[in-house]
Ligand binder design. Sequence first.
Ligand SMILES: NC(=O)c1ccc[n+]([C@@H]2O[C@H](COP(=O)([O-])OP(=O)(O)OC[C@H]3O[C@@H](n4cnc5c(N)ncnc54)[C@H](OP(=O)(O)O)[C@@H]3O)[C@@H](O)[C@H]2O)c1
Length: 240
Amino acid sequence: MSVNIFISGANRGLGLGFVKASLDRGYTVFAGCRNPDKLDELNELEIKFKERLFIISLDPTKLESIQNAFSAVKLKTSKLDILVNNAGMNSKSSGVDPAIHLQIGKLQSEPMLAMFHLNSIAPLIMTREFLELLTASGKGRVINISSWFASLSIPQKGNYTYSASKTALNMLTKILANDTVKFNIIPIVVNPGWMKTDMGGKNANLEPIDSAKSILEFSENLKIEDAGKFFNYDGSEHPW
Ligand SMILES: NC(=O)c1ccc[n+]([C@@H]2O[C@H](COP(=O)([O-])OP(=O)(O)OC[C@H]3O[C@@H](n4cnc5c(N)ncnc54)[C@H](OP(=O)(O)O)[C@@H]3O)[C@@H](O)[C@H]2O)c1
């Protein structure tokens, strides 16, 4: 039976890399995007793979939008095998002066909370809302995209909101694992590496599709004991 995958933030960067890597693996793909009207590359892929690529409107920070996305997926399938919570922002992409997230003298709580909402809390709510379909898979996997910035054992400077929001995502995923293992659902957090995307910039060392390919490959072999673990994109364990 085909593997069904849902990816948030699927229109560009790592999300688009996951779409392409999933299509290469023969998966059926639900591509969650907040602006389904301006998706040049994804729209082209949708025409080419119309049997198994579906663009789904999704703003992961809005409950109604998540519930509508769930209903749209449920019309097409009765199970979801992999949920990739990929949509995220950092200080540069947050739409405000980056200093608001980076400099102690300029920190502002509202934009900081908005970043926490998308990066930390939305993946948890997404998982809860998709629980029925993930349970029906029999081996559901939730791949929450984190970062090396989340790690408490690596020296961190300046990146207040982004680092802390990914650390919070790691802890929420670890706690979530306690609740989902009884449904045979394995949630993990993954550092995707430094990638050539709008967020990572041109000097990065990884193509997003290569990171996505590697994450999907090792995710196929995840065991229930892996629930709540923090991995690198190559499948090795990442220091907390
Ligand atoms: N790039 C790296 O080197 C790197 C390293 C470590 C971790 N990561 C993580 O990897 C994930 C993907 O990053 P990326 O490099 O692909 O980033 P990106 O190129 O900036 O793409 C970000 C994606 O998230 C969506 N998004 C951003 N803000 C949003 C919001 N407020 N509401 C809903 N969706 C929003 C974007 O949608 P729109 O197009 O609609 O804005 C886009 O699809 C993120 O979680 C990031 O933290 C990246």
